[in-house]
Design a protein around this ligand. Sequence first.
Ligand code: IYR
Length: 229
Amino acid sequence: MIKDSIVINGFKHIKYKPVTCTPETSVQKSLDFYHIMDTRRSVREYARTPVSQNLIETIIQTASTAPSGAHKQPWTFCAVSNAELKSKIRKAAEKEERESYSNRMSERWLKDLEPLGTDSNKPFLEDAPWLIIAFKHVYGYDEAGSKHNNYYVNESIGIACGMLITAIHKAGLVTLTHTPSPMHFLSELLDRPNNERPFLLLPVGYPKDPVYVPDIQRKPLEAIAAFYT
Ligand code: IYR
């Protein structure tokens, strides 16, 4: 008799239910998903079309299905639609970006960004109906309120942000990974606790119509993978 659960180290383990696939449907499903994801682009201009909080909540729940070090889930996703707060975030981000573009970034870096057409103006921080700011938890608290360590925090939140971006794309929305630097102004404006540090800022919404993106190509498989069979 196959058991529904077993106990390991005194902890209950439940029977894993895989997504139903055959070797043939796996191939088709992975191809279909690749083709969907290959249409994803970072978009810098947003339509004013509203996006419901409900939709943003589901996307964040998808992100939070990510694996994390010792399952600590060391993240908070702050979702901002408040116009006044978005405007404050834009002002503070543009102040840092102006300094970065004129003094902090190297000539080489600025040259590398030319094909992408970025500059220190960030209208998307007000135009997008939502801003999601991912905060990493450099440490956490247990049930009794004492501090505990988190593990592989950057890896964990990086994976979760990747899944957030995937969920955004699957919902027909667009985003971009904005990294104003330094970003501690986000902790202050959003009044985040001491154990949280801003990791990534993502505007989320529908794209402006029409919208244009740089004509850049992805590396081919040979350039990104090595097989040892
Ligand atoms: N953080 C700046 C600069 C920037 C840096 C990289 I690397 C990019 O791929 C894009 C932009 C900004 O957000 O404009």
